[in-house]
Design a protein around this ligand. Sequence first.
Ligand SMILES: [Zn+2]
Length: 140
Amino acid sequence: MSGEQLGLPGMTQTYACRITFSENNSGGTWWLQQEHYDKLFAAGWHPGRTSYNGSVRGAHRIIVLDAIDEGVANTTAYNMAVLEWEKLTGENSDDPGCSCCGAPYQFYDWDTPILLIDWRGRNYEPGVEQATLLAMFEED
Ligand SMILES: [Zn+2]
């Protein structure tokens, strides 16, 4: 998905960003309950990684937004996703956890954003439906 993404200064483009959430195990127990994940999924989060027993212990959120470049897009999406996650779960994303296991929640913005619409207002991938591009992000 790399390629020329040059725009004019100050011009925004439309990006899809994927922010990944992962939960730590603490001494054999998990921090989030199924009801937390149910709320996340109902709000549009997608199931992420699973634990050894098959239970979902992570999620990712795809956020589409306008920004001047992919760095700004990713940072903004990260903040939006963490705020939404806190609102939905009622948990503190910065919870230090316990001294033995460490922080229970991690958030990552390691995926390169997908450019959906460039600064000229054109679909970046001619002939490729945006839904197809987004579907690439929805898979874990
Ligand atoms: Zn611990």
